[in-house]
Design a protein around this ligand. Structure first.
Ligand SMILES: Nc1ncnc2c1ncn2[C@@H]1O[C@H](COP(=O)(O)OP(=O)(O)OP(=O)(O)O)[C@@H](O)[C@H]1O
Length: 305
């Protein structure tokens, strides 16, 4: 479990993280989403004790990072894949990390295998690693202490489609083992298939903390078509009166949001309106995200509201 309580970080005039209160629960993959500069990396750095909060707390298993007795066994993280020694091999890097944390050398072979790095890849010096291989090495390092809490900052960066699938399977497996798994990304389409739960932030503030399905429903709509323009107008008026948003397409139909297809069908029956089409249109996570973060993005690009 990762617990954030009123977590705030200011860098001079910039508020990178703003009063964030959220629990990242075990047993599922939580996607950590937000536009560039939203404060995702800064939040993860505070969980790891790399940045000190200006206010509030970031806790792992109920304690601040600096109070963890065996930190590598409690939380593992991939923050910056490029932070490897240029001359040292991946295996030597992991062995050094293992040795300084009292972890037996054989665990290095286990995590190299888990991360899909063979002997040849593990023997390459840091400077010769592709970004994808460096990501895998970073993940191997995060897994070294077999911790119950894992955080991966943009792990999909630099991976080919096979690598992306691998990350999805690995994070899913780690969560199924009961671990807390937090994965940050700006790739909404990727999160849609990877995460079961999403924490969305914008300008450092919490925008949403909900299951993926719920967020998708937020942006969903229903397409309605029929042969009677007058009947459709009555139906549209009734839906508007119920608080739904109707958007006419000028061609014998309209799209409505904020209501289920079932409710539209019931109302059409009640009003005696013939329908030829009644189609729920599921929003993509991309659309839901755009809708949720519109304010944060517009602020960032200087568009007045
Ligand atoms: N060390 C620092 N000094 C000053 N400002 C910083 C520092 N670190 C981050 N910031 C600022 O804090 C804000 C949040 O940055 P952060 O990197 O946490 O966002 P992010 O959501 O991870 O974005 P990205 O996906 O682009 O990495 C940004 O405005 C950034 O410029």
């Amino acid at each position: 479990m990762i617990t954030l309580r009123g977590l705030t970080k200011r860098f001079g005039p910039v508020t990178a993280v703003d009063d964030l209160t959220v629990d990242i629960a075990p047993g599922r993959v939580t996607g950590f989403l937000g536009p560039n500069g939203a404060g995702k990396s800064t939040t993860m750095r505070m969980v790891l004790g790399l940045d000190a909060p200006t206010a509030g707390r970031a806790l792992v298993a109920g304690r601040p990072y600096r109070e963890l007795r065996r930190p590598l066994h409690e939380v593992g993280a991939l923050l910056d894949a490029r932070a490897v020694h240029p001359a040292r091999s991946g295996r030597a890097h992991l062995l050094a990390l293992a040795r300084s944390n009292g972890i037996p050398g054989r665990r290095v072979d286990e995590v190299l295998a888990l991360a899909g790095l063979d002997d040849r890849a593990a023997a390459k010096p840091g400077r010769a690693l592709s970004l994808g291989m460096a990501q895998r090495l970073g993940i191997a390092g995060a897994l070294l202490g077999d911790p119950p809490v894992l955080m991966f900052d943009e792990p999909v960066n630099g991976l080919d489609p096979d690598g992306v699938r691998w990350i999805r399977e690995l994070t899913g497996r780690l969560a199924a083992e009961g671990r807390t798994v937090l994965v940050s990304s700006h790739l909404m389409s990727e999160m849609e298939q990877t995460a079961g739960h999403l924490v969305v932030i914008g300008r450092g503030r919490l925008i949403a903390d909900a299951p993926v399905g719920e967020l998708l429903a937020t942006g969903g709509s229903v397409r309605v078509r029929g042969p009677q323009p007058e009947g459709l107008s009555r139906l549209a008026a009734r839906l508007t009166a119920e608080g739904a948003a109707v958007d006419g397409d000028g061609a014998g139909g309209f799209t409505v949001t904020g209501v289920t297809a079932g409710r539209v069908g019931d109302l059409a029956y009640e009003l005696g309106v013939v329908l030829h089409e009644l189609t729920p249109v599921t929003a993509t996570l991309e659309q839901a995200f755009m809708e949720l973060t519109a304010d944060a993005v517009e602020y960032a690009s200087g568009v007045a509201r």
